[in-house]
Unconditional design. Structure first.
Length: 247
């Protein structure tokens, strides 16, 4: 089991200064994405929540870091896998809000556990809530994310939609990580746009990978923006692009 890691501050284009709080063992996740920033290490692929660390250990690690580096604008509550697999997430988030009321909390989830009302209540302690949805095609999802058999695409879309309807002012941002030759076809993009529009996020963030693995994973180029803008011209939700040479 890994130790709690607190890193930063670093600058984020949308969140100001951020400090990352990592409370998960490396790549314990419901997905095994080919573009994962943690790398191609072996994943414990699971849908079962677990208390990886006592919440007190996470809070203590944050307090030590804050005493040395000061307060950031945002605590990024992440993990080296799916953060909502941490069964102490709700208790941890509530305690951080109480201890640091001027610091925002955010999280990045793949959405696979959002059919659980308890998970939705816990993640709603964050604002913005950030989620991944980069395809509405099961075959493409299997290629990109290699999900746990119980992590169904339909359930994720419904989970995001239900969560959005339950929020009381918190923002929901969805992200897509697009690869060359995967989920970048105009027809697939339109299907994805329909799914995203049904969720009504406050923002959709378009990104690509930093990793290149021959025959498996490569970034889209700056021209992808024009393809996506054409595919999504009928949809009204806001989009931000973070692509090569596009900002």
């Amino acid at each position: 089991m890994s130790s709690v890691t607190v890193e930063g501050p670093s600058s984020h284009p949308l969140l100001g200064t951020i400090v990352g709080v990592d409370f998960s063992p490396k790549k314990v996740c419901s997905f095994d994405c080919i573009y994962c920033g943690v790398g191609m290490t072996t994943t414990k692929k699971t849908m079962e929540r677990e208390l990886f660390h006592p919440v007190e250990d996470v809070l203590s690690a944050v307090a030590v870091h804050v005493a040395e580096h000061g307060l950031p604008d945002t605590f990024f509550l992440t993990g080296s896998g799916e953060p909502m697999l941490y069964s102490g997430f709700g208790e941890m988030a509530a305690a951080l809000k109480e201890a640091y009321p001027d610091v925002a909390l955010t999280v990045y989830t793949n959405g696979s556990l959002l059919d659980d009302p308890d998970v939705r209540r816990e993640i709603a302690l964050c604002d913005p809530i950030q989620g991944n949805l980069d395809t509405a095609n099961e075959r493409t999802l299997a290629r990109l994310s290699r999900p746990h058999p119980e992590a169904l695409l339909h359930d994720r879309v419904e989970g995001y939609r239900t969560l959005k309807g339950e929020l009381a002012g918190q923002q929901l941002w969805l992200h897509g990580v697009f690869l060359e030759g995967a989920a970048d076809d105009p027809n697939e993009l339109r299907s994805l746009g329909e799914a995203v529009a049904s969720i009504e996020p406050d923002l959709y963030v378009v990104r690509t990978t930093r990793r290149t693995i021959e025959g498996l994973c490569a970034p889209v180029d700056a021209g992808f923006r024009a393809v996506m803008e054409e595919a999504w011209r009928e949809f009204g939700f806001p989009v931000r692009y973070f692509l090569p040479q596009s900002e």
